[in-house]
Write a protein that binds this ligand. Structure first.
Ligand code: S3P
Length: 170
């Protein structure tokens, strides 16, 4: 079983994914980390030198690679924009059990304040505005792609992971 965590930047995909992998005893992969390793560059460097379109192509091909190489079980934290690519959604639908970590704008602002630097998609307008606009664009896709949703407002990564374990065992 591949448990893939989706949701907006700052919703806790990576921190929850790490705790979840320990609880389930599954290996853990962070898609952003795998992309960086593959490209030999950081995510901001990829955006700066190759642009968003090239990043998305690399993101989808890395997802394909990770999923194909996964032995049996895996916890996989996706990037906030991974599900916006139709080909990525097809890969997820075929191979993964997707959990949407759903967070409010207030929670996201709290988690992302000061952490914008490594996230090119947040540059430009004010943090609140950028989050609100992108979340509006993406919310329906997060919902549609998910096999289950966990409302993470007020939850620690530990509590979110526990909620996911319960879902996975149902
Ligand atoms: C992105 C989210 C980032 C990373 C890249 C683009 C997005 O991942 O993949 O900066 O488009 O939402 P996190 O959600 O882990 O920050």
């Amino acid at each position: 079983m591949i448990v893939a965590l989706t949701g907006f930047m700052g919703s806790g995909k990576s921190s929850t994914g790490r705790v979840l992998s320990e609880k389930l005893g599954f290996p853990f992969t962070d898609l952003d980390g795998a992309i960086g390793e593959r490209a030999g560059k950081t995510i901001p460097e990829i955006f700066a030198t190759e642009g968003e379109k090239a990043f998305r192509a690399l993101e989808t091909s890395t997802l394909k690679d990770v999923v194909e190489k996964a032995e049996d079980n895996l916890v996989l934290s996706l990037g906030g924009g991974t599900v916006m690519e139709p080909q990525a959604r097809a890969i997820l639908a075929e191979h993964c059990f997707c959990i949407y970590l759903k967070a409010s704008v207030e929670t996201l602002i709290g988690n992302l304040s000061g952490a914008e630097e490594g996230r090119p998609m947040l540059s430009g307008a004010s943090l609140r505005e950028r989050i609100a606009v992108l979340l509006e664009e993406r919310s329906a896709t997060y919902e549609e792609t998910a096999d289950a949703t966990v409302d993470v407002d007020g939850l620690s990564p530990e509590q979110a992971a526990e909620a996911i374990v319960t879902i996975c065992r149902q």
